[in-house]
Design a protein around this ligand. Structure first.
Ligand code: ATP
Ligand code: MG
Ligand code: MG
Ligand code: MG
Length: 564
């Protein structure tokens, strides 16, 4: 690509709302432009990177035996009524009406549509297992879109859905997807971890998230340094057996304030200012005790729960764990500000006796509260029982010590079981000619989020450091003073043609900018290899080569460059 014929639009200033490096750098490099909250245009430069990610995802999905298809983004209400999710999905579901007043949603995910497809297409066990996938635009009306494409409202997802006759087959495809994801993130050149994830309300059997490690990540993960054990914080109960040590008093001070009678009490006692409390639901226990469930709107782990909670009237009566699960879509212990430095566990009034036997998943920085697990029928709460797992504690699997890290969720694999197929009556005939409800798995990858996550992990003051596999171009040919040195320009053109002929994606900066401005742009947009063609170098028979992550340039010959 000749840069003079491309649209490169780097900028110096970025709006203050761009809080994290990837958002700032994507704007500065001109990869994305904001249209409205959570809606971004991908510029030609940004799109080149997005397509790279998409292609690697596609190749590995195909290699793992999944089959590509494409479903509509707009989905009819009736289908979502069949699974009950038209109501239950909450505020993230963007509902729209057509001119005939018929209702639709803009798909946040495609379980309903793909299961509808499957119930019509799949009739016999002989067609199973089958794994359909698409790479398609999703819309989720996120409570707080932020960080650019990292948490957008419209974003690109790869979503796959597999169909099976039995659990063994589901487990096999799940494993194949797990391996495919591992290959994808390895090929993309990212540091990542697969962590056990909470299966929450959907109640499936197994779930793993793929987390790109980055300090700015919204998720907290805990892992062992001596084994493969790794979990996200929501999977708190996985740690319960490892709990040995009471939390330090300081960490629990806030939770010791016992009586919570109103939203104002929560705000006062726990130091959360009203604007940060999204919703406080006071759940009245059978004996009149209150349990306060606080949510803070700026942490997304809680958004789905928040959306559901927001629909509950204040002081709702939810008398059992099952009722809470049904209303909020999660176990009570998992409702709480998670992963924030000053976060607190779910707050439980001492007089509330109804919520026995749950685990509290609130978390502080580098700590992981578990074990607020009172015996059934015992009086809640003995705050002293809440324990904290800290870095260095033994891993629950007995191997190694626990460590904490922050991550960005870029992929999620899930064994759904029969939930959707049951609701939509998606059945096949087995080898006995008997009708069987199919089992399903679902597997998502945040294609557009990966672009931001990679930058979060790989950048410096000058700009982005793309892994080779994601770079918009691998090599930048920069020519100094082309207008005044025709032979230099000709040498650059010939080098460029040679690189292109060899199938190396190359950008030729023929814009005639001053060297400083040109180099700054190439560093900002993160091209892994830069070669400078200049009059001086030509005289000496060399080119000036610099790897994006190297401190210094090298004088090399054209042949040496072509060897790289
Ligand atoms: P998160 O916890 O970050 O909200 P999720 O668990 O709601 O993500 P899934 O339903 O598991 O997301 O969707 C599959 C993938 O889609 C996620 O792993 C993530 O990479 C991506 N994704 C989800 N929401 C967004 C978003 N708002 N913007 C960009 N990518 C997203
Ligand atoms: Mg979400
Ligand atoms: Mg998630
Ligand atoms: Mg997820």
């Amino acid at each position: 690509m000749r840069l003079s014929q491309f649209h490169l639009a780097t900028v110096k200033e970025v709006p203050a709302e761009a809080e994290i490096a990837s958002h700032q750098l994507m704007l500065r490099a001109g990869m994305i432009r904001k249209l409205a909250s959570g809606l971004y245009t991908w510029s030609p430069l940004g799109l080149r990177v997005l397509r790279k990610v998409e292609q690697i995802v596609r190749e590995e999905m195909n290699r793992a035996g999944a089959i590509e298809m494409l479903m509509p983004s707009v989905q009819p209400r009736e289908l979502w009524e069949e699974t009950g999710r038209w109501e239950k999905f909450g505020g993230q579901l963007l509902k729209i009406k057509d001119r005939k007043e018929q209702e639709f949603c803009y798909g946040p995910t495609h379980e309903e549509v793909v299961t509808d497809f499957a119930r019509n297409e799949l009739k016999s066990y002989k067609q199973l297992p089958v794994n359909f996938y698409q790479i398609q635009t999703k819309f989720r009306d996120e409570i707080r879109p932020r960080f650019g494409v990292m948490r957008a409202r419209e974003f690109l997802m790869k979503d796959a859905y597999s169909f099976h006759l039995d659990q063994a087959s589901l487990a096999e495809t799940y494993e194949a997807m797990y391996q495919a994801y591992t290959r994808i993130f390895t090929r993309l050149g990212l540091k990542f971890r697969a962590v056990q994830a909470d299966t929450g309300a959907i109640g499936g059997n197994a779930s793993h998230e793929f987390q790109v490690l980055a300090d700015s990540g919204e998720d907290a993960i805990v892992f062992s340094d001596g084994s493969d054990y790794a979990a996200n914080v929501e999977k708190a109960e996985a740690l319960a057996p490892a709990v040995t040590r009471p939390a330090p008093a300081t960490a629990l001070q806030r939770a010791e304030t016992p009586r919570v009678r109103s939203v104002e009490d929560v705000t006062r006692h726990f130091g959360i200012t009203a604007d940060r409390v999204l919703k406080t639901v006071l759940v009245r226990g059978k004996d009149g005790g209150l349990v306060a469930l606080c949510l803070r709107g700026d942490h997304d782990i809680n958004e789905v729960k928040a959306a559901k909670l927001a629909e509950l009237p204040d002081e709702s009566v939810l008398a059992s764990e099952e009722e809470i699960l049904a209303a909020v879509g999660t176990r009570p212990g998992f409702i709480g500000p998670v992963g924030l430095p000053d976060s607190i566990p779910v707050i439980v009034d001492r007089s509330a006796a109804v919520l026995a036997d749950f685990v509290c998943g609130g978390n502080a920085n580098d700590a992981h509260y578990t074990g607020a697990n009172w015996e059934r029928d015992a009086r809640i709460t003995r705050v002293e029982d809440i324990r904290q797992v800290v870095a260095g504690d033994p891993s629950p699997d007995g191997h190694g010590q626990l460590r904490f890290a922050r991550g960005i969720e870029v992929g999620h694999v899930f064994q759904l079981g029969s939930k959707y197929a049951q609701a939509l009556d998606a059945t096949v005939l087995d080898d006995q000619g008997k009708k069987q409800v199919m089992l399903m798995g679902c597997y998502g990858i945040g294609v557009s989020r990966i672009v931001a996550a990679a930058i979060e992990q790989r950048h410096d003051e000058a700009g982005i450091l793309w892994p080779e596999a994601m770079a918009p171009w691998r090599v930048a040919v920069c020519v100094i003073n082309p207008k005044h040195a025709p032979d230099v320009n000709a040498a650059a053109e010939s080098l460029y043609n040679e690189l292109v002929a060899r199938g190396i994606e190359t950008v030729w900066d023929d814009r005639g900018l001053r060297p400083g401005a040109m180099f700054a742009d190439m560093e900002l947009i993160g091209i892994p290899h830069r070669v400078v063609v200049s009059e001086r170098g030509l005289g000496a028979g060399t080119l000036e080569y610099r790897a994006r992550d190297a401190a210094e340039s090298l004088a090399i010959t054209r042949d040496e460059l072509l060897e790289l």
